[in-house]
Ligand binder design. Sequence first.
Ligand SMILES: C[S@@+](CC[C@H](N)C(=O)[O-])C[C@H]1O[C@@H](n2cnc3c(N)ncnc32)[C@H](O)[C@@H]1O
Ligand code: SF4
Length: 377
Amino acid sequence: MNTTGIYIHIPFCKSKCIYCDFYSVAGQDNKIEIFVNALIREIETCPVDTTKWTFDTIFIGGGTPSLLNAQQMEKIISTLDDKYDLNKIIEFTIEANPGEARKEKLKEFYSLGINRLSIGVQSFKSELLQFLSRIHSSDDVFRTFQSARDAGFENINCDLIYNIPGQSLEDWRFDLNTLVNLNPEHISAYSLTVEQGTKLFELLQNKSILMAPEKLHEHFNTLTLSTLTKNNYNQYEISNYSIPNKECLHNLHYWKNDFYLGFGPSAHSYDGKKRWNNFSNLDKYIALLENGKSSIETFDDITEIKRINEIIGFGLRMTNGFKISRIPSNLSNQFQKQLKQTQIKFPKMIIKENNRIKLIQKGMNFADTIAMEMMLS
Ligand SMILES: C[S@@+](CC[C@H](N)C(=O)[O-])C[C@H]1O[C@@H](n2cnc3c(N)ncnc32)[C@H](O)[C@@H]1O
Ligand code: SF4
């Protein structure tokens, strides 16, 4: 049996943030209802044979899933329930933007079985929120967090972003400490990435703004780790920290190379042999499903080498690393050779223990570079 997760992508936002390249549309809330009908059709007609899969996580992300009302959410969940066995679901997450999820709605979501809330805090500093073009305030964060607790959520994640142009280490310390004082069970601390096609990318190209120098980036990383560790948050992946037993099981599925099903525009799915993704276009997605057609845009064959390289790439980003036994015996010699070479290039960074390969703390800063070196060709 493969333990797996279900992802649902809700592509609506009140406004588009300058840094975000996740697929979402702003100002089209009038299409939510027809989108939900299309999504239901996609779930109902999904042809993947999942008889040997056990689903233990659901993640409704976006976009801004909290823009849906409880009736729409209920329709989606009952469609999933009709199609799949949801009895083993232990973690059911929904993403919400601060100020865009009122207590009553959160209560309704909670009563539908959603037991984890992920709040996009990003920062508590108004000038940084403004730079990121976020439309919420720090007061909205406090209110939404309290509403979530009042609604019954005992498992809350908050996302923060650092390495923002103009952000000082003191600003970042303030954000980390303010969040820690709220006591969320989980914290994702993401370094701001610049993605092609975003407004942020344009601003950097025009030289209107500059990203922080590499040295400062390292200081941000060190401050993140020391502040969160001191406050009993355990780093289990480069950007992810939690109190004991509250790691995000859904994201762990991705990082452990488990199977998953994704529904909604731009969503990906993976069955161990291939990965496929839906069109990142709301109108096309709706039209295809309304006409009884598939919403899939591309299929990608995952060869054995590709799969192993993904295990290495994601694995080294987790503090626990990956199991050596996941490398099949026919590729074992090649892997050992790569491992040796990588150990020479990055001395004392790689640990081999209990049938696992992982990085020492300092090595986590270079996880992607080390992984590239270790990958098979
Ligand atoms: C795609 S959003 C969806 C959830 C919700 N709409 C929100 O904004 O919080 C999920 C998270 O991705 C992170 N994110 C998106 N783009 C990013 C970027 N370019 N760099 C770093 N983090 C990013 C943000 O922290 C955000 O909370
Ligand atoms: S960061 Fe969140 S709110 Fe902003 S555009 Fe992306 S999905 Fe929408």
